[in-house]
Design a protein around this ligand. Structure first.
Ligand code: AP5
Length: 218
Protein backbone atom coordinates (compact mmCIF):
# COMPACT_ATOMS: atom_id res chain seq x y z
CA UNK A 1 0.00 0.00 0.00
CA UNK A 2 1.33 3.47 -0.83
CA UNK A 3 1.06 6.27 1.67
CA UNK A 4 1.57 9.97 1.11
CA UNK A 5 1.37 11.81 4.40
CA UNK A 6 1.51 15.59 4.78
CA UNK A 7 2.59 17.16 8.08
CA UNK A 8 1.07 20.62 8.24
CA UNK A 9 1.58 23.17 11.01
CA UNK A 10 3.33 26.34 12.10
CA UNK A 11 7.12 26.75 12.39
CA UNK A 12 8.63 24.95 15.37
CA UNK A 13 5.54 22.88 16.20
CA UNK A 14 7.35 19.55 15.76
CA UNK A 15 6.77 18.50 12.14
CA UNK A 16 10.40 17.55 11.53
CA UNK A 17 10.66 15.68 14.84
CA UNK A 18 7.55 13.64 14.10
CA UNK A 19 8.53 13.07 10.46
CA UNK A 20 11.86 11.54 11.57
CA UNK A 21 10.06 9.19 13.98
CA UNK A 22 7.34 8.24 11.47
CA UNK A 23 9.92 7.65 8.76
CA UNK A 24 11.82 5.22 11.00
CA UNK A 25 8.59 3.38 11.85
CA UNK A 26 7.05 3.26 8.36
CA UNK A 27 10.25 3.20 6.21
CA UNK A 28 8.74 5.96 4.08
CA UNK A 29 11.23 8.69 3.10
CA UNK A 30 11.09 11.95 5.04
CA UNK A 31 10.99 14.88 2.64
CA UNK A 32 11.54 18.23 4.33
CA UNK A 33 11.55 21.17 1.94
CA UNK A 34 13.34 23.31 4.55
CA UNK A 35 16.08 20.65 4.84
CA UNK A 36 16.37 20.34 1.04
CA UNK A 37 16.84 24.11 0.77
CA UNK A 38 19.41 24.09 3.61
CA UNK A 39 21.34 21.30 1.86
CA UNK A 40 21.37 23.36 -1.33
CA UNK A 41 22.61 26.37 0.63
CA UNK A 42 25.36 24.29 2.25
CA UNK A 43 26.45 23.03 -1.19
CA UNK A 44 26.22 26.56 -2.62
CA UNK A 45 24.00 25.49 -5.53
CA UNK A 46 22.10 27.97 -7.70
CA UNK A 47 18.85 26.94 -5.94
CA UNK A 48 20.51 27.40 -2.53
CA UNK A 49 21.67 30.91 -3.46
CA UNK A 50 18.19 31.79 -4.76
CA UNK A 51 16.46 30.44 -1.61
CA UNK A 52 18.82 32.01 0.94
CA UNK A 53 17.49 35.57 1.01
CA UNK A 54 13.89 34.35 1.41
CA UNK A 55 14.81 31.91 4.19
CA UNK A 56 16.98 34.38 6.09
CA UNK A 57 14.10 36.86 6.10
CA UNK A 58 11.53 34.26 7.21
CA UNK A 59 9.68 34.49 3.88
CA UNK A 60 8.60 31.57 1.71
CA UNK A 61 10.74 30.60 -1.26
CA UNK A 62 8.74 31.23 -4.48
CA UNK A 63 6.29 28.47 -5.45
CA UNK A 64 7.92 27.79 -8.83
CA UNK A 65 11.32 26.92 -7.27
CA UNK A 66 9.77 24.91 -4.44
CA UNK A 67 7.41 22.89 -6.63
CA UNK A 68 10.17 22.00 -9.13
CA UNK A 69 12.41 20.84 -6.26
CA UNK A 70 9.70 18.63 -4.74
CA UNK A 71 8.70 17.21 -8.11
CA UNK A 72 12.31 16.13 -8.66
CA UNK A 73 12.52 14.57 -5.21
CA UNK A 74 9.19 12.68 -5.50
CA UNK A 75 10.29 11.25 -8.86
CA UNK A 76 13.12 9.33 -7.17
CA UNK A 77 12.58 5.56 -6.74
CA UNK A 78 12.45 5.64 -2.91
CA UNK A 79 9.15 7.57 -3.12
CA UNK A 80 7.31 4.88 -5.11
CA UNK A 81 5.65 3.55 -1.94
CA UNK A 82 4.89 6.99 -0.58
CA UNK A 83 6.54 9.74 1.43
CA UNK A 84 6.22 11.86 4.52
CA UNK A 85 6.05 15.49 3.41
CA UNK A 86 7.24 17.92 6.08
CA UNK A 87 6.73 21.60 5.26
CA UNK A 88 5.19 21.07 1.83
CA UNK A 89 2.71 22.16 0.62
CA UNK A 90 2.69 25.62 2.20
CA UNK A 91 0.53 27.63 -0.20
CA UNK A 92 -2.67 26.88 -2.14
CA UNK A 93 -0.61 26.84 -5.38
CA UNK A 94 1.73 24.20 -3.90
CA UNK A 95 -1.26 22.16 -2.69
CA UNK A 96 -2.79 22.12 -6.18
CA UNK A 97 0.58 21.20 -7.69
CA UNK A 98 1.06 18.31 -5.25
CA UNK A 99 -2.41 16.98 -6.05
CA UNK A 100 -1.59 17.06 -9.77
CA UNK A 101 1.85 15.43 -9.33
CA UNK A 102 0.34 12.55 -7.36
CA UNK A 103 -2.63 12.19 -9.71
CA UNK A 104 -0.24 11.81 -12.67
CA UNK A 105 1.23 8.80 -10.83
CA UNK A 106 -2.32 7.52 -10.02
CA UNK A 107 -1.71 8.40 -6.37
CA UNK A 108 -3.22 10.78 -3.83
CA UNK A 109 -2.68 12.13 -0.34
CA UNK A 110 -3.75 9.67 2.34
CA UNK A 111 -3.53 11.88 5.40
CA UNK A 112 -2.87 15.50 6.30
CA UNK A 113 -1.91 15.84 9.90
CA UNK A 114 -2.35 19.36 11.23
CA UNK A 115 -0.20 19.81 14.33
CA UNK A 116 -0.88 23.04 16.24
CA UNK A 117 0.44 25.06 19.18
CA UNK A 118 0.28 28.71 20.31
CA UNK A 119 2.95 31.22 19.12
CA UNK A 120 4.69 31.39 22.56
CA UNK A 121 5.31 27.63 22.46
CA UNK A 122 6.68 27.88 18.90
CA UNK A 123 9.18 30.65 19.74
CA UNK A 124 10.46 28.69 22.77
CA UNK A 125 10.81 25.48 20.77
CA UNK A 126 12.63 27.09 17.85
CA UNK A 127 14.85 29.10 20.22
CA UNK A 128 16.01 25.92 21.99
CA UNK A 129 16.42 23.82 18.86
CA UNK A 130 19.78 22.28 17.88
CA UNK A 131 20.18 20.46 14.57
CA UNK A 132 22.96 18.12 13.47
CA UNK A 133 25.13 19.36 10.61
CA UNK A 134 25.42 15.96 8.93
CA UNK A 135 21.81 14.89 8.51
CA UNK A 136 19.54 17.42 10.19
CA UNK A 137 18.57 15.31 13.23
CA UNK A 138 16.62 17.54 15.62
CA UNK A 139 17.13 18.19 19.36
CA UNK A 140 15.91 20.64 21.96
CA UNK A 141 18.05 21.83 24.85
CA UNK A 142 15.19 21.21 27.32
CA UNK A 143 12.63 18.85 25.74
CA UNK A 144 14.81 16.49 23.70
CA UNK A 145 18.43 16.96 24.78
CA UNK A 146 21.24 14.99 23.12
CA UNK A 147 23.09 12.47 25.30
CA UNK A 148 26.43 14.29 24.82
CA UNK A 149 26.22 18.07 24.77
CA UNK A 150 26.69 19.53 21.27
CA UNK A 151 26.87 16.13 19.49
CA UNK A 152 24.25 14.21 17.53
CA UNK A 153 23.19 10.90 19.17
CA UNK A 154 22.76 9.25 15.76
CA UNK A 155 25.89 10.22 13.81
CA UNK A 156 28.10 12.09 16.31
CA UNK A 157 28.23 15.25 14.16
CA UNK A 158 28.17 18.76 15.66
CA UNK A 159 24.88 20.38 16.61
CA UNK A 160 24.22 23.92 15.39
CA UNK A 161 21.41 26.48 15.72
CA UNK A 162 19.53 27.55 12.60
CA UNK A 163 20.08 31.06 11.26
CA UNK A 164 16.30 31.60 11.02
CA UNK A 165 15.55 30.63 14.64
CA UNK A 166 16.02 34.04 16.27
CA UNK A 167 12.84 35.12 18.10
CA UNK A 168 12.34 37.95 15.56
CA UNK A 169 12.60 35.69 12.49
CA UNK A 170 10.41 33.00 14.09
CA UNK A 171 7.72 35.65 14.69
CA UNK A 172 7.99 36.67 11.03
CA UNK A 173 7.72 33.00 9.98
CA UNK A 174 4.58 32.61 12.14
CA UNK A 175 3.04 35.68 10.42
CA UNK A 176 3.87 34.22 7.00
CA UNK A 177 2.43 30.87 8.09
CA UNK A 178 -0.85 32.50 9.20
CA UNK A 179 -1.18 34.41 5.92
CA UNK A 180 -0.10 31.82 3.38
CA UNK A 181 -0.23 28.32 4.90
CA UNK A 182 -3.07 28.35 7.45
CA UNK A 183 -5.72 28.45 4.63
CA UNK A 184 -4.62 24.90 3.73
CA UNK A 185 -6.23 23.63 6.95
CA UNK A 186 -9.71 24.34 5.54
CA UNK A 187 -8.65 23.17 2.05
CA UNK A 188 -7.71 19.72 3.35
CA UNK A 189 -10.57 19.58 5.85
CA UNK A 190 -13.00 20.10 2.97
CA UNK A 191 -11.24 17.28 1.09
CA UNK A 192 -11.80 14.95 4.08
CA UNK A 193 -8.04 14.44 4.57
CA UNK A 194 -7.39 16.44 7.75
CA UNK A 195 -6.67 15.13 11.23
CA UNK A 196 -5.95 17.67 13.99
CA UNK A 197 -3.29 16.94 16.58
CA UNK A 198 -2.50 18.90 19.74
CA UNK A 199 1.18 19.80 19.30
CA UNK A 200 1.56 21.06 22.88
CA UNK A 201 1.72 17.47 24.13
CA UNK A 202 5.10 15.79 24.76
CA UNK A 203 6.82 14.30 21.71
CA UNK A 204 5.81 10.68 22.43
CA UNK A 205 2.12 11.58 22.82
CA UNK A 206 2.10 13.51 19.54
CA UNK A 207 3.61 10.41 17.88
CA UNK A 208 0.92 8.23 19.46
CA UNK A 209 -1.83 10.49 18.11
CA UNK A 210 -0.24 10.48 14.65
CA UNK A 211 0.06 6.70 14.56
CA UNK A 212 -3.57 6.37 15.69
CA UNK A 213 -4.63 8.71 12.86
CA UNK A 214 -2.61 6.70 10.35
CA UNK A 215 -4.07 3.43 11.63
CA UNK A 216 -7.59 4.82 11.38
CA UNK A 217 -6.94 5.77 7.73
CA UNK A 218 -6.07 2.19 7.23
P1 AP5 B 1 11.36 24.59 7.55
O1 AP5 B 1 12.69 24.08 7.81
O2 AP5 B 1 10.32 23.71 6.98
O3 AP5 B 1 10.84 25.28 8.85
P2 AP5 B 1 9.34 25.35 9.50
O4 AP5 B 1 8.19 24.83 8.79
O5 AP5 B 1 9.24 26.78 9.81
O6 AP5 B 1 9.39 24.36 10.59
P3 AP5 B 1 10.53 24.11 11.55
O7 AP5 B 1 11.59 23.26 10.91
O8 AP5 B 1 10.98 25.43 12.13
O9 AP5 B 1 9.82 23.38 12.75
P4 AP5 B 1 9.18 21.94 12.88
O10 AP5 B 1 7.71 22.05 12.90
O11 AP5 B 1 9.79 21.00 11.92
O12 AP5 B 1 9.65 21.63 14.35
P5 AP5 B 1 10.82 20.68 14.89
O13 AP5 B 1 10.42 19.27 14.80
O14 AP5 B 1 12.15 21.08 14.33
O15 AP5 B 1 11.44 25.86 6.58
C1 AP5 B 1 12.43 26.85 6.73
C2 AP5 B 1 12.30 27.86 5.61
O16 AP5 B 1 12.47 27.22 4.33
C3 AP5 B 1 10.95 28.57 5.50
O17 AP5 B 1 10.87 29.69 6.37
C4 AP5 B 1 10.96 28.96 4.01
O18 AP5 B 1 11.79 30.09 3.80
C5 AP5 B 1 11.62 27.78 3.35
N1 AP5 B 1 10.62 26.76 2.96
C6 AP5 B 1 10.50 25.50 3.46
N2 AP5 B 1 9.48 24.86 2.88
C7 AP5 B 1 8.93 25.72 1.99
C8 AP5 B 1 7.83 25.64 1.11
N3 AP5 B 1 7.08 24.53 1.01
N4 AP5 B 1 7.55 26.72 0.35
C9 AP5 B 1 8.30 27.83 0.41
N5 AP5 B 1 9.34 27.99 1.24
C10 AP5 B 1 9.66 26.93 2.03
O19 AP5 B 1 10.76 21.08 16.45
C11 AP5 B 1 11.14 22.35 16.91
C12 AP5 B 1 11.83 22.22 18.28
O20 AP5 B 1 10.88 21.77 19.24
C13 AP5 B 1 12.97 21.17 18.30
O21 AP5 B 1 13.97 21.64 19.15
C14 AP5 B 1 12.30 19.90 18.88
O22 AP5 B 1 13.22 19.07 19.58
C15 AP5 B 1 11.25 20.50 19.80
N6 AP5 B 1 10.01 19.72 19.87
C16 AP5 B 1 9.36 19.10 18.84
N7 AP5 B 1 8.22 18.55 19.27
C17 AP5 B 1 8.13 18.84 20.60
C18 AP5 B 1 7.15 18.54 21.62
N8 AP5 B 1 6.04 17.85 21.32
N9 AP5 B 1 7.39 18.99 22.88
C19 AP5 B 1 8.52 19.71 23.17
N10 AP5 B 1 9.48 20.01 22.23
C20 AP5 B 1 9.27 19.59 20.98
Amino acid sequence: MTSYIVLLGPPGVGKGTQAEILSAKTHLPHISTGELFRENMKNDTKLGREAKAFMDGGELVPDSLTIAMVEGRLARPDCRSGAILDGFPRTPVQAEALGQMLARASQGIDLVSFISAAPGVLVERAGGRWTCVAQGHIYHQKYNAPKASGKCDVDGSDLVQRADDSAETVRKRIEVYLEQTAPLVEYYRAAGKLVEIDGTQPIDLVTKALLAALGAKG
